[in-house]
Design a protein around this ligand. Structure first.
Ligand code: ATP
Ligand code: MG
Length: 231
């Protein structure tokens, strides 16, 4: 039987400011444990907002988000931060590596933040080896290629063995070969560790690797397509 890992019920999100933006207009969604879902849609349709609201990085205006059955809104800020630190990994467009830290230190960081300092260096080293960068531990991000940097980001996202990986345009800056490598890597890690993966992408080739594609438009899910379903 499948088990819902992420549930969104009638989620609305308004951004208040000079202009009030209704960024999410009642999103209903359920993602199973171990599923990989790709979210697509035009720029400004609310993809990043949805990811941020589902992960609890941003507060929703109304509706409900459940993570592993837990209502995010019922948790205190601290508990939500803890849930993210312990159960989630992020590969974000603008959630960059710290340029002054080495690859190893960047990957170690989530473990330290989660209070798991013991053995953190060895785990970080192993995660870098998993992404094929065992020999780049002491390079800093500016000394790495774009593809290598994104692999360090993935090592950082998985070092804590999270239930969920959120990826916002993980291949956005990469050429086709590097995009394929990143997707091979994410799929391999998912097979091995059973991560639930939610990724936002503009790239059909990338989206096709997911089990389900979700198309958003104007703050709403317009349609879904399962892999192998050609309707
Ligand atoms: N912090 C914010 N304050 C005000 N408005 C925002 C904020 N973040 C996003 N928006 C607005 O909300 C809408 C959805 O933005 P979002 O970043 O989710 O789009 P997106 O689908 O991820 O687009 P892209 O493909 O360009 O990354 C946009 O109209 C945007 O201008
Ligand atoms: Mg975005």
């Amino acid at each position: 039987m499948s088990e819902a890992m992420i549930v969104s019920q009638k989620v609305h999100k308004y951004y208040e400011g000079g202009v009030r933006v209704h960024a999410l207009r009642g999103v209903d969604l359920s993602i199973d444990r171990g599923e990989m879902v790709a979210i697509m849609g035009p720029s400004g349709c609310g993809k990043t907002t949805l990811l941020n609201c589902l992960s609890g990085l941003e507060n929703i205006s109304s509706g409900r988000v459940l993570i592993g059955g837990k209502d995010l809104n019922a948790l205190s800020d601290n508990r939500r931060t803890e849930l993210r630190a312990l159960n989630m990994g992020f590969v974000f467009q603008f959630y960059n590596l710290l340029p002054v830290l080495t690859s190893l230190e960047n990957v170690e960081l989530p473990l330290l933040l989660a209070g798991k300092a013991k053995g953190a260096k060895a785990k970080a080293k192993k995660a870098l080896e998993t992404v094929g960068l065992g020999d780049r531990c002491h390079h800093r991000p500016p000394e790495l290629s774009g593809g290598e940097r994104q692999r360090v980001t993935i090592a950082r996202a998985v070092v804590n063995e999270p239930d969920i990986i959120w990826a916002d345009e993980p291949t956005g800056d990469l050429d086709t070969d590097n995009s394929e490598r990143i997707m091979d890597l994410l799929c391999k890690l998912k097979e091995k560790n059973g991560h639930t993966i939610v990724l936002v992408t503009h790239d059909q080739m990338v989206a096709r690797r997911a089990e389900r594609m979700i198309y958003m438009e104007n703050g709403l899910i317009q349609r879904e397509q399962r892999r192998g379903d050609t309707r």
